[in-house]
Ligand binder design. Structure first.
Ligand code: PGA
Ligand code: ZN
Length: 421
């Protein structure tokens, strides 16, 4: 008989920003032990599943997760003991029902997701399969192209950029190991250029540099210069991807580009600005170019830009089939960012991806700005076969852990591995 869940216990650990998060340890009755840790965002979407925080100001400024930990230990564990860990969908549904709210507000998406991921990992281990093969089956051979966030702005760094993420996207690399090398070499070239121009080379939450550049344009120019200095061809070997996280500078119906001094813009003006950028720089993907509730703006945005580049929805879609279905219907994006903790279970995340696939949309498996050393999402990206992952720059171990895991998977797959978007 396949082993059953024997015990589940959680503990409070710290994420890469030094804030508490949940780790779950799950044991099967054959001695298999699996662990999973949950990440945490800063520029979160309004409709994300609830990340349960204690609110006790005496501990971690209210950010403790002892209640979420207790929910795993006292409420979820007793309900799951004796279950077959391969029954992921039933187990996830059981937790959703136990929670009973539409957004996991009672137990916490951080509690539920930790268990959901630990269940998948335990089932994989007990099946004698690597996680990507267990979750993705025989077709899990597709290694994603990394979007590497080399300049951090917005809520992720106190830098000169209004826009949150300027990413290099090594689409022209022949395999993942080379893509990572392209990215890392460009990252180092960028560091040198920044130092030469008198800018700071300290890094933000996702490992990208956070200089006090004078404009958002300058950030793109610096990246193009770094790609060339590293010996690569902009647009051919390495393209640019952006995440504006525009909700973070949207106020009273205006997009306020205050850090860069570019003034206030309407949705149409933002789209026009990005259209110019797409002509000027080798940009192939733009995420959250507008604010999360600007559905009307997004329709125009996608009509204008969507024929040329990938328009990724993050804060507006929150890995939720309800919002993705609306965006497919309204043609408000043509791709989705996928974050397991936005929705809170493995099963619901897979459903979001299936919906994207059915619509012919792209999808990008993503980390959060607050991460841990857990590399679950690297295996998950290969299992889901979408060909794109974003998990930070070429430094900070919580980012590198995912890249290193992809290197391992690529080597393990050998000639069977397929790389590319
Ligand atoms: P977050 O940032 O984890 O702070 O939400 C990542 C993103 O916006 O894509
Ligand atoms: Zn985003």
């Amino acid at each position: 008989m396949f082993p059953r869940i024997q015990s589940i216990d959680a503990l409070e650990i710290l994420d890469s920003r030094g804030n508490p998060t949940v780790r779950v340890n799950l044991r099967l009755d054959d001695g298999t032990v699996a662990t999973a840790s949950v990440p945490s965002g800063a520029s979160t979407g309004e409709h994300e599943a609830v990340e349960l925080r204690d609110g006790d100001k005496k501990r971690y400024g209210g950010k403790g997760v002892l209640q979420a930990v207790a929910n795993v230990n006292d409420l979820i564990a007793p309900a799951l003991i004796g279950q077959d860990p391969r029954r992921q969908a039933q187990i996830d549904l059981l937790m959703i029902e136990l929670d009973g709210t539409p957004n996991k507000a009672k137990l916490g998406a951080n509690a539920i997701l930790g268990v959901s991921q630990a269940v998948a990992r335990a089932a994989a281990q007990a099946s004698g399969l690597p996680l990507y093969a267990y979750l993705g089956g025989a077709g899990a051979v597709h290694i994603p192209v990394p979007m590497m966030n080399v300049l951090n702005g917005g809520k992720h760094a106190d830098s000169g950029m209004d826009f949150q993420e300027f990413m290099i996207f090594p689409l022209g690399a022949p395999n993942f190991a080379e893509a990572l090398r392209f990215g890392a070499e460009t990252f180092h070239a960028l560091k040198k250029i920044l130092a030469e121009r008198g800018y700071a080379t300290s890094v933000g939450d996702e490992g990208g540099f956070a200089p006090q550049v004078k404009s958002n344009d300058e950030a793109c120019e610096l990246i193009v210069a770094a790609i060339e200095a590293a010996g690569f061809r902009p647009g051919k070997d390495i393209a640019i991807a952006l995440d504006l996280a525009a909700s973070s500078f949207y106020e009273n119906g205006k997009y306020r580009l205050t850090r860069s001094g570019q003034g206030d813009k309407s949705a149409s003006e933002m789209t026009a600005l990005l259209r110019q950028w797409v002509e000027k720089y080798p940009i192939v993907s733009i995420e959250d170019g507008l604010a999360e509730n600007d559905w009307e703006g997004f329709r125009e945005h996608t009509a204008v830009l969507g024929g040329k580049i990938q328009i990724v929805g993050d804060d507006n879609l929150v890995t939720n089939t309800k919002f993705i279905a609306r965006a497919i219907e309204e043609k408000s994006c043509n791709a989705a960012l996928i974050k397991l903790n936005q929705i809170g279970t493995v099963t619901e995340t897979v459903a979001a991806i299936h919906l994207c696939r059915k619509a012919g949309w792209g999808y990008v498996i993503s980390h959060r700005s607050g991460e841990t050393e857990d590399s679950f999402m690297a295996d998950f990206a290969v299992a889901m076969g979408g060909g794109q992952i974003k998990t930070g720059s070429a430094c900070r171990s919580e980012r590198i852990a995912k890249y290193n895991r992809l290197l391992e998977i690529e080597r393990e797959l050998g000639k069977a591995a397929v790389f590319g978007r």
